[in-house]
Design a protein around this ligand. Structure first.
Ligand code: NAI
Ligand code: MG
Length: 338
């Protein structure tokens, strides 16, 4: 089968980390005869300057008619690109693993958790207004969206350590009360899974003090946004933190991080994007029952881990390698695997 993958290079470090990832995917594709057809799509700050809109219609059409999307970070126009794509494509589950990796300097050496973030509503629903004197953003929580994200979290927990922590602020926010209630309703169908609940302020504290206690963190949109950056910090860097935005039919894969305007050109860590691409291969493999794709995703993961074992690190991990060095090292490891 031929897979069409829409590719958004994005802004800032986006084009560099995406280019590095495509080179790796092409090496992998040649080795495993994968038929991946990459279609470049413009979206983000640069697109906004060029076309007046951050997500041109043509880009949206290409993305929505592809099998999957690989996205680099965009800049200040994130709201008009990724928030819109999540809502329009109904990518209701944002899944963000945070795992300790070999040799990567981190606070602990045994963290393995995943943030499951509701991705279509909450404070990012877009119901807001502002004047010079007041502004508001409405936090929307519905039963339907809460139930469907909770099901994803519990299904995921069944394949992991069977523990879900529901994170909210129900002592203060009515919207969180409903979220918590819906999650507990879903929990009733998963008696093998241990459930606990935590207020988000305590959760952010526990994430630093005792992150090993978490398996699956189930939470609302903005809390998930914040906690996943924090989890990235706990395991070492946003540069090694991938994510997937999943709906029932479509998947968009992107690093957790943004366009990192503060770092020198050519020094960004491409591994978060490569790891996101690996999640994409796994997702395609499962969806289309494609054994070669599954094998390729395993080889890509091993190549990334081997590169880390050799301490080929960009500056965020304490090294001096460039984005290109890391890509070449991963490609070398893929070649060895044949
Ligand atoms: P950021 O994630 O770009 O950067 C946070 C920190 O992590 C910075 O110190 C940065 O240098 C570092 N970092 C991030 N990715 C890295 C990588 N691959 N290698 C090495 N270091 C890395 O967050 P920030 O600064 O808040 O946002 C910058 C821009 O990105 C903003 O315009 C924001 O709107 C946008 N953004 C876009 C997102 C998306 O497209 N999904 C997500 C988050 C932010
Ligand atoms: Mg974020």
């Amino acid at each position: 089968m031929k897979y069409v993958v829409a590719v958004i290079p994005g802004d800032g470090i986006g084009p560099d980390v995406v280019q590095a990832t495509l080179e790796v995917l092409k090496a992998l594709g040649n080795t495993f005869s994968l038929s991946l057809d990459f279609k470049y799509v413009e979206a983000g700050d640069a697109a906004k300057i060029r076309y007046g809109v951050a997500l041109p219609d043509e880009s949206y059409q290409t993305i929505s008619s592809s099998n999957a999307c690989l996205k680099g970070p965009v800049g200040e126009s994130a709201k008009q690109v990724i928030i819109v794509l999540r809502q329009r494509l109904n990518l209701y589950a944002n899944i963000r693993p945070a795992v300790t990796l070999p040799n990567v300097p981190s606070l602990y050496n045994d963290v393995d958790l995943v943030v499951v973030r509701e991705n279509t509503e909450g404070l990012y629903k877009g119901i807001e207004d502002k004047t010079s004197e007041y502004a508001f953003s409405v936090r929307v929580v519905t039963r339907e969206a809460s139930i469907r994200i909770a099901k994803i979290a519990y299904e995921m927990a069944m394949k992991r350590r069977r523990k879900v922590t529901i994170v909210h602020k129900a002592n203060v926010l009515s919207s969180c009360e409903l979220f918590s209630k819906c999650c507990l309703d879903v929990a009733k169908d998963y008696s093998e899974v241990e459930t606990d609940q935590m207020y988000v302020d305590n959760a952010s504290y526990q994430l630093v003090k005792n992150p090993q206690r978490f398996d699956v963190i189930l939470t609302t949109n903005m809390f998930g946004d914040i906690l996943s950056d924090e989890a990235a910090g706990v395991v070492g860097s946003l540069g090694v933190s991938p994510s997937m935005n999943l709906g029932d039919q479509f998947g968009l894969f992107e690093p957790v991080h943004g366009s990192a305007p503060d770092i020198p050109k050519g020094t960004a860590n491409p591994l978060a994007t490569m790891m996101s691409a690996r999640l994409m291969l796994e997702w395609l493999a499962e969806k289309y029952r494609d054994g070669a794709m599954k094998e390729a995703s395993g080889i890509l993961w091993d190549a990334i881990v081997q590169t880390l074992r050799k301490k080929i690190f960009t500056p965020d991990l304490g090294g001096s390698s460039t984005t290109k060095h890391v890509a070449n090292a991963v490609i070398e490891e893929i070649a060895k695997a044949v």
